[in-house]
Design a protein around this ligand. Structure first.
Ligand SMILES: [Zn+2]
Length: 338
């Protein structure tokens, strides 16, 4: 047999078997397709509409389990933002305790472990925040003048000297910087981006320039750290200053500054046990009037009071102040994002 005769026969027979094979295959595909269609019709008739949950847009979907998602939404009352940061927080805030508690409940209710990990991720409300911290004053005061507000014709000195510890002798600018550096490191542990107006004592930065640092870095909030002084050594406690509407006409900035002050003051006085001297509106502070972002000035305590001066200069109390401010900022951002 020559190759010339066998090849066409083989091809013919193959073609026939191919035809049969394809007809069979089409039947199978049609049958499977119908079956899948019927199954999918049945499951989509259930009242679950994942894609319609537009309120979840800013958050990453917790899991495919709609029921657990709703449960978590209720627990957190939509306060918690969701992000990828998976680092452990250095600060045992009340919120992380709350979340741990929720985790326990979830494990008990027999949901899969994937959710537990995701819940921890949600704790980092500060992760996408830019926080500008201004450690008040500097080693040498600057008595040159600058405009109190863009729309004002009044002038004020560029940077005053601050107070000093009655017992410790520590100057305010030094205490402010110590707390600012601590605060920066703990905020960064929570994933925040922190901008300091100064990192050392020997600088020359006016109050307008400090506000401009907050503005130029598009900070979500500008936190200014100070300590108080009084001629009356008995006076003690924490207060927070916020801008008044004297020169600032951005209503939202004023509202947000007040909200932040409320949140921080509540947490701070709670953690430190210090006296709550309230929130004070001020129209005469250049570092407020030049700020385009919400701003608060924390008066951490009186350095002219024996007890408070000594407390303020211990690492333990400074840690409490940092924890109080961070917890307050977490409350504030949760509030703002509600
Ligand atoms: Zn001060």
């Amino acid at each position: 047999m020559s190759m010339k005769n066998t090849m066409p026969n083989l091809l013919n027979s193959l073609k026939t078997s191919h035809k049969l094979f394809f007809v069979g295959l089409i039947f199978i595909v049609i049958a499977l397709g119908s079956l899948l269609f019927l199954v999918s019709q049945k499951s989509t008739s259930e009242p679950l509409k994942v894609s319609d949950n537009s309120h979840i847009e800013t958050k990453e979907v917790i899991s495919k389990k709609e029921t657990s998602e709703v449960c978590l939404e209720q627990v957190f009352e939509s306060h918690v933002t969701f992000n990828d940061n998976n680092e452990e927080t250095g600060v045992p805030s009340e919120d992380t305790q709350k979340i741990n508690h929720v985790n326990e409940e979830i494990s008990e209710s027999d949901l899969d472990g994937e959710i537990e990990g995701d819940v921890k991720d949600k704790a980092h409300i500060l992760a996408d925040k830019i926080i500008c911290i201004d450690p008040g004053h500097q080693e040498v005061a600057n008595f040159e003048q600058e405009l109190i507000a863009p729309s004002s014709d009044q002038y004020k000195i560029k940077c005053s000297g601050g107070t000093q510890g009655i017992i410790t002798g520590v100057p305010e600018y030094e205490l402010n910087l110590q707390v600012a550096l601590l605060l920066r490191s703990e905020l960064e542990n929570n994933g925040a981006t922190v901008v300091l107006t100064r990192e050392e004592a020997a600088v020359n930065i006016s109050n307008i320039e400090r506000a401009e640092i907050a503005n130029n870095n598009e900070s979500h909030i500008f936190v200014r750290l100070h300590a108080d002084g009084s001629s009356n050594a008995a006076v003690n406690g924490i207060s927070i200053l916020v801008p008044s509407n004297k020169f600032i006409h951005d209503e939202q900035l004023l509202i947000d500054s007040n909200r932040a002050a409320n949140c921080i003051l509540e947490r701070l006085t709670d953690v430190t046990g210090a006296k709550n001297n309230g929130i004070i509106e001020r129209g005469d502070i250049s570092g407020f009037n030049w700020s385009n972002v919400p701003v608060v000035l924390v008066e951490m305590g009186f350095m002219t009071n024996n007890d408070e001066d000594q407390l303020l200069n211990t690492p333990e109390y400074q840690e409490k102040i940092a924890v109080g401010i961070i917890s307050g900022l977490e409350d504030y951002f949760k509030n703002v994002e509600e």
